[in-house]
Design a protein around this ligand. Structure first.
Ligand SMILES: NC(=O)c1ccc[n+]([C@@H]2O[C@H](COP(=O)([O-])OP(=O)(O)OC[C@H]3O[C@@H](n4cnc5c(N)ncnc54)[C@H](O)[C@@H]3O)[C@@H](O)[C@H]2O)c1
Length: 458
């Protein structure tokens, strides 16, 4: 197989990935990065990082980047809001980051962000990216295509959280930039961390190798209570004035599709991605149902509180998906597979058709996959190796979740080929605190939700 084919397929399956890594280790894929070349010339092995989106995950990801073995420094921070940036900076420079990393100690010695490298507002990313070798993209996913494109344009290695978009035009932008990233040999890790978790790596490898025969069905779940709400009143009080609609939606981003993509995209993407990974394929069509039943009210924007979707693959096999955000209901976040010769009832376990245990990995001693993502990324960068090309799968996993949302919002069968070609953009025309977001509340403060049978999604 040619070099380019190896890199092209690097993201298509873990087995391929492992093969590719092995080839890389053998020297066939080694390419000197700009950074390694620089270290060779001037002896400076510092890897500079910029954090774009300084919220919960961004702060955690920065801690993980700064906890790697390499000589990593955080040199720039960018956020839409100053208070979020300050909170993150305070955590990163505190004496104890154990709440964020599970590790004792502090990363403050590795934080070198002077005041003039703290950037705030919608264009903050543009000022932070040039200062770094590696960028961490952890804003709400609506902005990801813009930020990812810019980071690739500026030749940066990237850690980006999932999802990587909230609509089909955004997915296409990321796919195009992903191709450019491959040509430039920029390492890209996407925060679908199950790909960096030993139990999943081993379990999926075995299924892809045929341990339970052909996979004919999967069940994937993200059912739980739901997430935070950032109330309009609370933030208006903090600001000492009523928030503009744009400020409010940016604060309470989870509940607006242009920012979040609905919880089927924001959270359930993890499980849908595992379903695709095992099949080494993406669905060709989907149909489903969903709505909001419990989580109603003006604090909850426009998203549903439950979706159930049947995805169909080219070979006729199905992925049955459920996601629910309803407090007090059964919690279940996992994946299950049925094969022609057995089953996979939970991550790390494979059974024969008669119920005999074929494989068990309990995962108890596995490393934290959030840390492994950064350990592996920074090791590759420091060695000047091109190992990670996660963006294409990240974009297609995101598209799978958007396909599911299109199916539940419309109540129709939606074909992948139509969904990914859709020009329906959810994004605002303009990014400004006084600009109008694409959805607005009615006189009663409520936002309109999709109505299956009526809502058009393509
Ligand atoms: N892989 C995982 O397990 C995992 C876990 C949590 C979150 N995430 C992902 O991480 C991302 C962030 O989630 P979070 O929980 O940290 O949310 P958060 O609200 O805590 O943080 C988001 C931050 O981005 C900032 N921001 C918004 N728009 C911006 C812009 N245009 N430019 C710069 N900054 C901007 C916000 O002000 C906020 O500080 C999401 O995509 C989420 O899906 C992944």
């Amino acid at each position: 197989m040619s070099k380019s084919k190896h890199i092209k397929k690097a993201n298509s399956s873990r087995r391929e990935f492992v093969k590719t890594s092995a080839m890389a280790a053998g020297g066939m894929l080694l390419v000197p990065s700009l950074l390694a070349a620089k270290a060779h010339v001037d002896g400076d092995d510092t890897i500079k990082v910029a954090l774009i989106g300084c919220g919960g995950r961004g702060t955690g990801a920065a801690v993980q980047a700064l906890s790697t073995k390499q000589n990593v420094r955080l040199v720039a921070m960018a956020d839409a809001f100053r208070d979020r940036l300050d909170e993150s900076y305070n955590v990163l420079t505190s004496d104890d980051i154990s709440d964020w990393s599970g590790m004792e100690g502090s990363v403050k010695g590795r934080v070198q962000v002077p005041e003039e490298h703290k950037f705030v507002g919608f264009d903050a990313y543009k000022k932070a990216i040039p200062l770094a070798d590696v960028v961490i993209l952890t804003t709400p996913p609506g902005f990801r295509p813009i930020h990812f494109e810019e980071a690739v344009r500026q030749n940066k290695h990237i850690f980006t959280e999932k999802p990587v978009a909230t609509d089909a035009p955004g997915v296409r932008r990321v796919l195009e930039a992903a191709e450019v990233a491959k040509q430039k040999k920029l390492n890209v890790v996407v925060g679908l961390q199950r790909h960096y978790q030993t139990v999943y790596r081993r379990w999926v490898d075995m299924m892809q190798a045929g341990a339970i025969g052909e996979i004919i069905a999967s069940q994937v779940y993200w059912n739980n209570d739901g997430v935070w709400v950032r109330g309009r009143e609370e933030y208006s009080k903090k600001a000492g004035r009523p928030l503009t609609e744009m400020e409010y939606q940016m604060r309470n981003w989870y509940y607006f599709n242009w920012l979040c993509g609905d919880h089927i995209t924001e959270q359930h993407i993890h499980n849908l991605d595992v379903g695709n990974w095992v099949k080494n394929a993406y669905p060709v069509r989907a149909h489903g149902m969903g709505g909001r039943q419990v989580r109603v009210g003006k604090d909850y924007g426009e998203i549903f509180d439950h979706h159930t979707v049947e995805f169909e693959y080219e070979d006729g096999s199905r992925m049955f998906s459920q996601c629910r955000h309803q407090p007090g209901t059964m919690s279940r976040v996992t994946e299950v597979f049925q094969g022609t010769n057995g089953s996979a009832p939970q991550p790390g376990i494979l059974l024969s058709r008669s119920g005999h245990e074929l494989f068990k990995h309990d995962g108890k001693n596995d490393l934290n996959p959030y840390q492994v993502e950064h350990d592996e990324l920074f090791e590759a960068i420091a060695k000047g190796e091109y190992r990670y090309a996660d963006a294409e799968n990240g974009a297609k996993a995101t598209m799978t979740s958007i396909l599911g949302r299109m199916a539940t919002y419309s109540g129709q069968v939606v074909e992948w080929k139509d969904a990914i070609a859709s020009n329906l953009s959810l994004m605002p025309q303009k990014f400004d605190w006084n600009a109008q977001p694409p959805v607005l509340p009615g006189a009663d403060g409520m936002y309109a939700c999709a109505v299956p049978g009526v809502t058009k999604v393509l």
